[in-house]
Design a protein around this ligand. Structure first.
Ligand code: NAD
Ligand code: MG
Length: 396
């Protein structure tokens, strides 16, 4: 049992996959947690239904044209909460007085401003939105230091590493860490050749063998760009150099990542592939609470398999390592180009193998610059998106 008032949780991206899992854990522990702010992009019906269930103090819809409809739906459902709209209102909510904890579960670079605002305001930041730390790692770390709050990773691999380190995000060298080993399921196309990948469809790419996730991260998992973004995320979160981060394919997704120490010990965190474990850990840390996740039956899952990733076929992972080594804003360029490429693939206008080609072309066109501030970074994000769209247009 917790003591005192429940923590007030802002769920940014409440209508998404991580948002839904978060609200499931929150609802299991009303004495500990309360969803005080819910936000969504444009799914107004879904946001209103979540408000009716969780009774927040504030609901925010990113699309300003939908604010009136949200207010009408809430009134019809007898829900009395403040209503706001627009990107700025989400950013304001992330740093405002209505929450002490922020779950950053917006997808893509659209989550950057609210993630930074929560960090600057010293909130407990539960980071699922990996794109924001990939884009702006040094700025996010600065904002965290200035705000004095904690960052607990929600991405399952980083949550696993956090659990296997002695002090969470501790100094790796001082803790005797030799390597961080990120596991990857390999996605739905593991073992396929490039020729076999040429004609795969968005539906096939979004059918992940182990996890149910939003469409963007599902495509990233199929290209292994997701693992590439996670390598960059691990570099920033744990201060690990690129040479100390390895990727190991583990198709069952039961070992969520591992930490190797200089004495030869390897610590791993295991569990069923259900994001509620990582979310519950991050919400309650340093305590542990029931997440509603079924116990792991290792005998039923044996044997566990591990293999090296195929970087020649899944080139996005190699490109992410390349961007990390280039440093500066290269990861932000990589991320922006990938967002445009994934959108085009999902829209049926770019073949699967074209995703890596497009990212590679944009990285070549915009050599890395140092990260100065958010404004410059956003300009570079825009330049990378424009370059990607132009290359796409010229290719058609
Ligand atoms: P999703 O597509 O299911 O949900 C995205 C949420 O963000 C929705 O609530 C949507 O309304 C909101 N959103 C989208 N665009 C927005 C915008 N422009 N402004 C404001 N809100 C916007 O995605 P998801 O799978 O829940 O993933 C969310 C984030 O968590 C991603 O960064 C993803 O990489 C990360 N993540 C997800 C998982 C998973 O299992 N789903 C695991 C690890 C990390
Ligand atoms: Mg992950």
């Amino acid at each position: 049992m917790s003591t005192g008032a429940p923590r007030n949780i802002a769920v940014l991206g409440a209508t998404g996959s991580i948002g839904g899992s978060t609200l499931d854990v929150v609802a299991r522990h009303p004495e500990r947690f309360r969803a005080s702010v819910l936000t969504a992009h444009s799914n107004v019906a879904s946001l209103a239904a979540l408000c009716a269930q969780h009774r927040p103090d504030l609901a925010v819809i990113a699309d300003p044209a939908l604010e009136g409809e949200l207010a009408r739906r809430l009134a019809a459902a007898g829900v009395h909460c403040d209503v706001a709209s627009g990107h700025g209102a989400i950013t304001a909510a992330a740093s405002g007085a209505l929450c002490d904890t922020v779950v950053a579960a917006i997808v893509g670079a659209a989550g950057l401003d609210s993630t930074l605002a929560a960090a600057r305001a010293g909130k407990r930041l539960l980071l699922a939105n990996k794109e924001s730390i990939v884009m702006a790692g040094p700025l996010l770390l600065e904002a965290l230091a200035a705000g004095g709050g904690e960052l607990i990773p929600v991405d399952s691999e980083h949550n696993a590493i956090f659990q296997c380190l002695p002090g969470g995000r501790s100094n790796l060298a001082a803790s005797g860490v030799r390597r961080l080993i990120l596991t990857a399921s390999g996605g739905p196309f593991r073992g396929r050749s490039r020729a076999e990948l040429a004609g795969v469809t968005p539906e096939q790419a979004c059918k992940h063998p182990n996890w149910v996730m939003g469409r963007k991260i599902s495509v990233d998992s199929a290209t292994l760009m997701n693992k590439g973004l996670e390598v960059i995320e691990a570099h920033h979160l744990f201060g690990a150099s690129p040479d100390t981060i390895e990727v190991l394919v583990h198709p069952q997704s039961l070992v969520h990542s591992l930490v190797e120490y200089v004495d030869g010990s390897v610590l791993a965190q295991l569990g069923n592939p259900d994001m509620r474990t990582a979310i519950a850990y991050a919400l309650a840390w340093p305590a542990r609470v029931d997440a509603g996740v079924a116990p792991l039956d290792l005998a039923a899952c044996a044997p566990l398999a591990f293999e090296q990733p195929d970087l020649a076929t899944f080139r996005c992972l190699a490109l992410a390592f390349q961007a990390l080594r280039a440093g500066g804003d290269a990861p932000a360029i990589l991320n922006a180009a990938n967002e445009v490429a994934v959108e085009a693939f999902l829209a049926g206008s770019l073949p699967f193998l074209g995703i890596a080609n497009l990212v590679e072309s944009v990285l070549a066109e915009l050599p890395s610059r140092s990260v100065v501030d958010v404004q410059t970074l956003n300009e570079r994000d825009r330049a990378a998106r424009e370059a990607a769209r132009r290359i796409l247009r010229n290719a058609c």
